[in-house]
Design a protein around this ligand. Structure first.
Ligand code: NAD
Length: 295
């Protein structure tokens, strides 16, 4: 990391223990990455099967590191043991930073944030991994909004370097520095952005998806668009494949948030490919059928 973020990472208080709320795709990935980089983490969920899935995922990723010779068995066991799964907030009061990664529902998130704030000390920083909910809205459920900001990871967490750190109107600079430092400790490249619909990445990504949908309306073949973007333009994947990875339901929801936030740029009066696929429940890789079929 460079410039201001580097300075913030230097100034930020060190995070020695963390907690992740939600052990799904994102929570499991965040817990793994934190533990891998030496920050023990409590992983809390409301469902035992989710905790089991999160732990299995971490174990699979660690096994890959073992196969590649990047870890030995002892180190692997130590890292795995530094992820503490819980259904009851056990050990949460020791966390310096908390990352909320429960379902993308403002009411559920508000309740979870208030619940956890009541269980931790005044110095604990709480963050949310929300992709679309305004940080200023979530901050309203907290008594200490200065200790709260967004910490938006990308999927899959262990491979995507970027973390958007979202400053709410009440977030203190100390909170930002601490979260920047934690992201850097996790081996990530943090950027600090202000709260607005789409934060930074989705403001770039969704106009791109909208342009892709317009090409389809004009009769383009999505496989050809993907091929050109990937093989000729040199991006890791084209827009159709990327939408399948993101999830059509997630994209459909984010698209609506962007249209509401920027009606003049992102509003539309027709159903695009994402709307049609969402209606027919072609959700992408998560249910085996999207633009492409997966087995
Ligand atoms: P997911 O459905 O895989 O996981 C959500 C988990 O939260 C589940 O295990 C569920 O049991 C748990 N949960 C629900 N209520 C809870 C509660 N009260 N306390 C503790 N745990 C609870 O979802 P996900 O894809 O991991 O997304 C989580 C968050 O991350 C969302 O806000 C989402 O917008 C955001 N996000 C997702 C992606 C992505 O690509 N999936 C990328 C960036 C950000």
């Amino acid at each position: 990391i460079k410039g201001k973020a580097k300075q913030a990472a230097k100034e930020g208080k060190d995070t020695q223990r963390a907690a992740v709320l939600g052990a799904g795709i994102m929570g499991g990935g965040i817990a793994y990455q934190s533990a891998l980089k030496g920050v023990p983490v409590v992983m809390k969920d409301i469902a035992q099967p989710s905790l089991d899935l999160g732990m299995n995922e971490a174990s699979k990723l660690l096994n890959k590191q073992l196969e590649r010779g990047k870890l030995n068995g002892l180190k692997m066991a130590k890292i795995l043991a530094s992820i503490q799964p819980t259904l009851h907030y056990a050990g949460i009061e020791e966390a310096d930073v908390i990352v909320e990664a429960v379902v993308e529902n403002p009411k559920v998130k508000a309740a979870v944030l208030a619940e956890v704030e009541a269980r931790v000390g005044e110095d604990t920083v709480i963050t949310s991994n929300t992709s679309t909910i305004p940080i200023n809205l979530l901050a309203k459920s907290l008594k200490r909004p200065e200790k709260f900001c967004g910490m938006h990871f990308f999927n899959p967490v262990h491979r995507m370097p970027l973390v958007e750190i979202i400053r709410g109107e009440h977030t203190s600079e100390e909170t930002i520095s601490r979260v920047v430092a934690y992201a850097a400790k996790m081996g990530k490249s943090p950027i600090v952005v202000n709260d607005c619909p789409g934060f930074f990445v989705n403001r770039v990504l969704f106009p791109y998806f909208a342009g892709f949908s317009l090409l389809l309306r004009d009769g383009a073949d999505f496989t050809k668009v993907d091929k050109v973007m990937e093989k000729k333009f040199g991006w890791p994947m084209g827009p159709a494949y990327l939408l399948d990875v993101v999830g059509i339901d997630t994209a459909h929801h984010a698209q609506a948030v962007m249209a509401e936030g920027f009606p003049e740029r992102m509003g539309k009066d027709y159903k695009d490919a994402v709307d049609v696929m969402f209606e027919s429940q072609r959700l992408g890789q998560k249910n085996g059928k999207g633009f492409y079929a997966y087995s």
